[in-house]
Design a protein around this ligand. Structure first.
Ligand code: ADP
Ligand code: MG
Length: 642
């Protein structure tokens, strides 16, 4: 009998066999992850030795220094990953590499048992990560040669991933690979269909992607002296030790911005207490071209104790924070947690809450320290931030605090809600707003004439998102948001600022009389336009224009209705209210006419024209453009002839 034949093959447990069968046969698309798994095991092994050596310094007496080294031997189709970590004894090899030890893999097996079909397996592998066994995705023979720190024995574990494994004293050749006092070499014989992992450049690229910030040097090549990774996690360093250039360099890496962009906020902090994490996050200055793409995910990388986990942890950042770049490194999360489980993990949502609070605070600070920079930020990202008003009730007040709006109060300027409240008129307890597409058009809207004349400020909301958060956010600091294009507005407690003072009594008396009148015209228009409007009433919204449209009290607001129609989710069939300006000369004339002869063609044409005019101001198309043009021409020629 040769030595070879005396070796005893130990069968894998049933679970491992099943797992291996899936791993080796499932065509899992992202095989790169095996490198991450093996590097992370090596890094763990180094961390553990480092820790044990605190109590037993002898363990690292002649130690060569902590490192991970990869080597490619393409002619022999070999890839080796070597570390100077704690190593494994024979028994540990049996336990760690022959059974399913880790909880993540255990969960995977549970899932597989439940689903009982192999078709979904690749997906599950992707979610759970299969740790050490992932080596069999790319190799048909794995040899683990290891020497435990403090021991002289070197053992070799071998497996083809199918029939089981053998453990034996390492051969001289195998021992030679292990040049250090302790540690592990994993030798992978690369499968025919995985030749890409015999290319050094490929290995380097994968390592930079997944393991750049593993805090040990990783070398690719036997003699190589330059680590391929940065070997130190910048976010773990003291702020005072990091230069602005280094912050910028890292920003470029995480944002892929190639130096075109500078962050407007760099937030670097360490949180301790109920949860412990370190974050280095950036608010970019420029908006990515696909910011509004609903499928766009946030781009914050999640690390757990310096090991890169994923940049697709959905629950880590709110979708409305999708412009933030950087890393969050948790001390509390288990390393091998699955992506799916991350999403619902309580630690993750606590981190999200804490990070959101901190960033909103920093942005608020920016608004006070550097208004220009803040306003630039707001123009780029404000519309996205406002999504948070309905998405993150918990942070609503902090978001409202940094919101900026165009306003009639400052021409061309933005105001905060606090600024608006400071300028409120005596007796005013609501925040007036109008929403539409164009700030200038809104500024001249008939619906806000009466408010402007009374010195009441109106916010001009131009983002589509505004129509979605306003219905759910009722107020700010107890001041209700009130749309000036919806429902009746009582402005009687605010006196008109001009003309009033000269002859208050006379004016008042006349105003009263006028306001109660125009009943002939109201009756006429109500019948004439009954198919298009729900009601006609006099209004104090208007001072210069004869008419305007507003939404009914219970109806969808005018601009909102338009937005809904464009997005084709819903067509509001609400008929608007037509408001008339009783003091307007044209209205007075038409009222006279309606009283005298309600059959008049001129009256009929005028009613149509008034209605169409109101539509045009609203940005709505005129339903019968030909009719509109004919009526308009007829009135023009009458006007010119007179
Ligand atoms: P996990 O890393 O989640 O525990 P793995 O399947 O990746 O699960 O690894 C199983 C176990 O094998 C590890 O917990 C560790 O005890 C052992 N192991 C794997 N690789 C090494 C290594 N390079 N050095 C020392 N021990 C290792
Ligand atoms: Mg592992």
């Amino acid at each position: 009998m040769t030595k070879e034949q005396t070796k005893q093959t130990t069968d894998f447990g049933a679970d491992v066999s099943r797992l291996l069968e899936i791993v080796t046969h499932a065509l899992y698309s992202n095989r790169d992850v095996f490198l991450r798994e093996l590097v992370s095991n090596s890094a763990d092994a180094c961390d553990r030795l480092r820790y044990d050596a605190i109590a037993t310094p002898d363990l690292i007496k002649d130690h060569a220094g902590f490192e991970i080294r990869m080597n490619v031997d393409a002619p022999n189709r070999m890839l080796t990953i070597q570390d100077t970590g704690i190593g494994m004894t024979r028994d540990e090899m049996v336990d760690n590499l022959g059974t399913i030890a880790k909880s993540g893999t255990r969960n995977l097996m549970e899932q597989l048992k439940q689903s009982n079909n192999a078709a979904g397996a690749p997906n599950l592998i992707g979610q759970f990560g299969v740790g050490f066994y992932s080596a069999f995705m790319v190799s048909d023979q794995v040899v683990v040669t290891s020497r435990k720190a403090g021991s002289h024995d070197i053992w070799s574990w071998k497996s083809d991933g199918i029939s089981g494994f053998t453990i034996d004293q390492a051969t001289e050749e195998e021992s030679a690979k292990l040049k250090t006092t302790c540690g592990t070499v994993i030798s992978l014989h690369i499968k025919d269909d995985a030749s890409e992992f015999l290319i050094e450049e490929k290995i380097k690229r994968v390592i930079v992607t997944y393991s750049n910030h593993v805090s040990l040097p990783i070398y690719v090549g036997t003699e190589e002296e330059e680590p391929i990774n940065t070997a130190s996690a910048i976010w773990m360093r003291q702020k005072s030790d990091i230069t602005p250039e280094q912050y910028q360099e890292f920003f470029m890496m995480v944002s892929g911005s190639m130096g075109l962009d500078q962050p407007s906020v760099t937030a670097h902090w360490h949180a301790e207490g109920k949860i412990e994490y370190t974050a280095l996050l950036y608010v970019p200055t420029l908006r990515p071209f696909d910011l509004y793409d609903p499928t766009r995910k946030h781009a914050v990388r999640l690390y757990v104790r310096r090991i890169y986990i994923t940049d697709e942890c959905e629950g880590l950042m709110y979708p409305w924070m999708r412009f933030i770049r950087g890393v969050i490194d948790s001390e509390d999360l288990p390393l091998n947690i699955s992506r799916e489980m991350l999403q619902q993990n309580a630690i993750v949502s606590r981190i999200r809450s804490s990070v959101t609070k901190k960033l909103l605070g920093d942005l608020d600070k920016l608004s006070r320290d550097d208004e220009t920079a803040f306003n630039a930020f707001w123009h780029q990202f404000g519309a996205v931030v406002k999504e948070g008003l309905y998405d993150a009730v918990e942070h609503r007040d902090d978001i409202l605090k940094i919101c900026r709006f165009f306003t009639t109060g400052h021409p061309n300027n933005l105001t905060s809600l606090d600024g608006y409240i400071d300028r409120m008129k005596e007796g005013q307890d609501t925040i007036y707003y109008i929403s539409g597409e164009h700030v200038d058009a809104m500024r001249n809207s008939p619906q806000i004439e009466g408010l402007k004349k009374r010195g009441l400020e109106v916010l001009l909301l131009k983002d589509t998102i505004d129509d979605f958060w306003l219905p759910v956010v009722m107020d700010y600091k107890g001041k209700k948001f009130v749309s000036v294009t919806k429902g009746a507005i009582d402005l009687s407690k605010f006196p008109l600022t001009d003309k009033k003072s000269q002859d208050p009594e006379n004016d008042n008396a006349e105003g009263k009389a006028e306001t109660s009148a125009r009943s002939d015209l109201i009756a006429y228009l109500t019948t004439k336009l009954s198919d298009r409007i729900s009601k006609v009433r006099v209004s104090d919204r208007l001072t210069d224009s004869p008419v305007c449209l507003v939404a009914g009290d219970q109806d969808v607001d005018l601009h909102m209705g338009r937005v809904l129609k464009i997005h084709q989710q819903y067509e509001a069939n609400d008929k608007p209210v037509l408001e008339i300006n009783p003091a307007h000369a044209l209205i007075a004339t038409l009222d006279d006419l309606a009283g005298k002869n309600s059959e008049s063609d001129i009256l009929s044409d005028a009613a149509e024209l008034l209605y169409d005019q109101a539509l045009i101001i609203q940005g709505e198309p005129v339903k019968d453009p030909t009719g509109f043009a004919r009526r308009m021409a007829s009135f023009l020629s009458k006007g010119l002839a007179a």
